[in-house]
Write a protein that binds this ligand. Structure first.
Ligand code: MIC
Ligand code: SF4
Length: 645
């Protein structure tokens, strides 16, 4: 078992109760929370439903960065609700235009050694300054705001030893893509990645934050860097040096596994369609025609990245064959680029400057043309996430993106004969916190008609008379379950959003999942989702549990279920369970009946569950599952979810 790691030190400093055995739940105190608008409306509705007058954390911030297109009143209705409910409950509000939650939180609020949970899976960005920053469902964030501890599986710690330094045109993005090629997006549940070694000191905080941000794609609980002189320097540039504390693992720390990455050997990499772990070197892809290049997102939207791109594009024109979109990650970044003339360099080179925020990363505009290649500095390239069915979305560094924008074909920046961009930090960053709205107790909460209620669930029945409503394959992401893009604006309206659950699997002319699940529910039966490996990857969106719950789903049976999604299922009274015998996955077909006799008793007495698989031809087979439930989770499931409880 790991010993003397930074991860363990931060957990010990926040330990409340529970186990120190890897895989078993440990409860920790949460110092800070963040929410974003697309998950935040539900989180604050849930906080209201709990009757909490004021948040109990050291700091809670509500950001608006996802839903900003304002096609119809829904987005702005959400913003008004979020601003007013935040003010009422003691939460700082960051309005649209301020920037992406993770970048802003790192720049303005994060503190080394503190714990942070956020209703967004890329919350681990904060690990770049030595925070223990974890993504969670909205309800878990609401509970943390209410002062409740947060449970994680006591982690196994993978130590990633960095040596040497990156060569020109090679970037932090290439490092995390390399790690994704080693660890992949599955099989890492319950692990935390901790970086150490001489190479750490060569990476400034924005590069560390790119690595911890995209660590989310590994499916780990979070990733953490030590807090050192580079951290102090970053906080100083942000005029927050007083919050600096040095933090590191013990010199003789032992990790559960060590992976060594020689930074000098890193070359430009790309995640190919349609998974962040489908990795090739850019050299292997060189020459493929590219139609679109997009730069920004919480992974690569900071000042350092955009200044590097501006330096590479200065005095040049992008290829006639591409469009280049740039969405700065924060107002601070955009303002600094504007003041020092780099914005003009980008515009003159042919860039289209997009609004500060998530934008195309979550399918809000800029969908690529059919059959074309799009290159993005983002962190996810799940099929269809860009808004185009059959999209060919590649994830790359800002350096590769800029070099490719110049040529119109996939280009290795290190092999393109370009002048090496020199990045010089300014004396200090441009700070203006006027746009963060401070809370004001007693503020009236604005609730426009598109702001719904969190739906309620019923207690678990005595017997679970279930139907396998859908059977899906490996690596089903929460984007597959609950699409974003044009549907993102429905996040505050569960009945409307529920209509598109599993929309990507609807066959033309056939009933949708929502129609089939609702029919099962209305016939008094329970819907069951059958998944395979690594079910529920990706986004923390609890709608991937809430909407199926609304449609009558009571259980998800798979070979493995990812951490955040498992927790969301429990919160909304859906039993997460895994097949004891993987071969039984093959035995079940859609529409088969699965009958769990005395399910309440089964859950009360253990985690081993037995069901009868009843086929249409009358044959019956016994199938065994293991419920992924702690003792506390069981009470939640029996009650029909946390809000009932
Ligand atoms: C994402 O990158 O998928 C999102 C959109 O930021 C999500 C949150 C959401 O679905 O609202 C995430 O990463 O958790
Ligand atoms: Fe926004 Fe994309 Fe980051 Fe999610 S991954 S928070 S959508 S920028």
């Amino acid at each position: 078992m790991a010993r003397g790691t930074l991860v363990q030190k931060i957990i010990e400093a926040h330990y409340i109760s529970g186990s120190r055995v890897p895989g078993e739940p440990v409860a920790i105190k949460i110092d800070q929370t963040l929410t974003q608008d697309a998950t935040g409306t539900m989180a604050y509705l849930e906080l209201e439903a709990m009757g909490i007058p004021q948040v109990k954390t050291e700091l809670s911030v509500s950001y608006v960065d996802h839903n900003m297109m304002q096609n119809g009143p829904e987005n702005r209705n959400d913003h008004l609700y979020l601003q007013s409910v935040g003010a009422n409950k003691g939460v700082i509000f960051s309005p649209p235009g301020n920037g992406i939650c993770h970048q802003l939180h790192l720049e303005r609020f994060g503190i080394p050694g503190k714990t942070l949970i956020g209703s967004d899976s890329h919350t681990p960005t904060g690990g770049g300054i030595g925070m223990m920053a974890i993504g969670a469902g909205g309800l878990d964030v609401a509970l943390a705001m209410a002062g409740k501890p947060f449970r994680i599986p006591y982690p196994k710690v993978v130590g990633v030893k960095l040596t040497n330094r990156l060569r020109p045109f090679c970037a932090a993005k290439d490092v995390i893509l390399k790690l994704l090629s080693i660890l992949s997006t599955k099989g890492n549940v319950g692990t935390i990645v901790e970086y150490f070694g001489d190479g750490v000191a060569t990476l400034p905080v924005p590069q560390r934050a790119t690595i911890t941000n995209m660590g989310a794609e590994l499916g780990v609980t979070t990733s953490v860097f030590p807090s050192d002189e580079a951290t102090r320097e970053f906080l100083k540039l942000q005029k927050r040096e007083s919050t600096y504390v040095p933090l590191a693992a013990d010199p003789d720390a032992e990790y559960d596994r060590v992976i060594e990455i020689d930074l000098a050997q890193i070359v430009p990499m790309a995640a190919c369609p349609s998974s962040p772990d489908n990795i090739k070197t850019v050299a292997e892809l060189a020459g493929i025609p590219v139609d679109q290049v997009l730069i920004g997102s919480c992974t690569n939207g900071g000042y350092r990245d955009l200044a590097t791109v501006a330096a590479m594009l200065k005095g040049k024109h992008i290829s006639d064959n591409v469009t280049l979109g740039i969405a700065p990650g924060s107002r601070q970044t955009l303002e600094m680029l504007a003041r020092n003339g780099m914005l003009a360099d980008l515009v003159a080179a042919g860039a289209r400057i997009l609004e500060v925020g998530c934008g195309p990363c979550i399918g809000q505009g800029q969908s690529p043309a059919d059959g074309t290649v799009t290159l993005r500095t983002f962190n996810r390239n799940f099929a269809g996430r860009s808004g185009t069915k059959g999209d060919q979305s590649y994830l790359v560094s800002p350096e590769t993106a800029a070099a490719t924008a110049l040529t119109g074909v996939f280009t290795d920046p290190a092999a393109a004969g370009l002048e090496v961009p020199v990045f010089t930090e300014p004396e200090s960053y441009f700070i203006d916190d006027a746009y963060f709205k401070q809370p004001k107790a007693g503020t009236e909460i604005i609730r426009k008609p598109t702001i719904g209620e969190p739906p309620s669930n019923t207690a678990l029945p005595e017997n679970l008379d279930g139907v396998a409503v859908i059977k899906v394959g490996d690596k089903i992401t929460t984007d597959h379950i609950m699409p974003a893009g044009v549907h993102l604006k429905l996040r505050s309206n569960i009945p409307a959003y529920s209509k598109v659950v599993f929309e990507c699997f609807t066959q033309p002319g056939k009933p949708s999942f929502a129609e089939r699940a609702a029919a099962v529910r209305d016939a008094g039966k329970a819907g069951i989702i059958i998944g395979r490996d690594s079910y529920g990857q990706g986004s923390s969106r609890e709608h991937a549990a809430i909407c199926p719950m609304y449609l009558g789903v009571k259980a998800v049976a798979a070979l493995a279920i990812e951490r955040i999604h498992r927790a969301n299922l429990v919160n909304f009274g859906i039993i997460p369970m895994i097949f004891d015998d993987a071969a039984d996955y093959d035995a079940i077909e859609e529409n088969d009946a699965l009958f769990f006799a005395a399910i309440r008793e089964q859950i009360k007495t253990g985690n081993s569950l037995t069901a009868e698989l009843r086929k249409a031809d009358g044959s019956i087979k016994t199938i065994k599952f293991t419920a992924l439930l702690s003792e506390a989770d069981k009470l939640t499931i029996l009650a029909g979810g946390t809000l009932n409880q």
